[in-house]
Design a protein around this ligand. Sequence first.
Ligand code: PLP
Length: 394
Amino acid sequence: MEISTRAQKLEPSVTLAAAAKANALKAQGKDILSLTVGEPDFATPKNIQQAAIRAIESGKASYYTPSAGIPQLREAVVQHIETYYQLQYQPKNVIVTDGAKFALYLLFQAVLNLGDEVIIPVPYWVSYGEQVKLAEGVPVFITGAQENEFKVTVDQLEAARTNKTKMLILNSPSNPTGMIYSEEELRSIGEWAVANNILIVADDIYGRLVYNGATFTPIASLSEAIRQQTIIINGVSKSYAMTGWRIGYAVGDETIISAMNDIASQSTSNPTAVSQYAAVEALLGEQETVETMRQAFEERLNTIYPQFAALPGFKLQKPHGAFYLFPNIKETLDLCGYTDVTRWVDDLLEEAQVALVTGAGFGAPENVRISYATDLATLEEAIKRIAAFIEQKS
Ligand code: PLP
């Protein structure tokens, strides 16, 4: 049986593929240092684990839930957004989903028609373009200048706008660059979106992971008009070390949320019940562990950034959030006698047992993505191995 053209055209996730390759080699007993995955290495905080155990033991996690999520969790999201965004929503403006990734999937399915254009700043998170294509939309990529910390400007957005432009995706702090849009930049982008009736998809998943005094400004908080033009995407995966629990959410216009819910009701039915009870505790319970984890990421960033920046040919700016470095390694390739990042990354894995992700899947084929969501000892050993690999090839 031939598979659909839709599936044939799909690029599988490069980050998941790189992580799977590293894990397969580890399983063969190889001493692989994997800096591939975008997930905290911490265990989910104890209070959240306990809430899940209670939900199982009381029996309430045994059943289907409403497809938009249990009322307590939709209410918890409302409260969380009120605390961190100073914005008032109602539970009907919230849908809980199987990870933020599925919130995005539902959103594109609910809003896009054949040929609708979605502006996606480059470098981008690997799934945006592929999910837009699955909804028969057209991704329109515009590249942020490295001198402008890879951020796009209103002039660039305006140049990319056509009468088919329906959405703009903003991811600040960004995966993979870790850069953050300032309030001023967001305000002008927000006003441009309002003036042109373009829906802003604010992927705020790294909003609480910002470092060295940087601040995260939610674009939805900048004016009532911008708020109405924005769908917030967020979730518990990154800030609460809950990637495996698969809980995300979308917040915004009731009509859009309700259409997303209709699609969810006919596809997944509901996010896993036990994870939803755990997520209530994550959002409303004590928040100290979030700060402890944030500080650990900050310490790692401050320790390893200068060491990566000192590697021959590595060109990178210091990120302000998320947990990735995204160096351009063109000069390193020249030094090592390579023309292609993928070959270099493959050989690094094969010969130095360090796994990185190539930048091509993020729209930046001269870069590599390095996740520092792993302990310092592993990171420092990886830097040593990369330095030795470059030395040996030069
Ligand atoms: N958005 C961005 C920018 C991400 O990096 C990720 C995960 O890597 C997600 C969304 C999805 O997160 P999850 O589905 O685990 O909630």
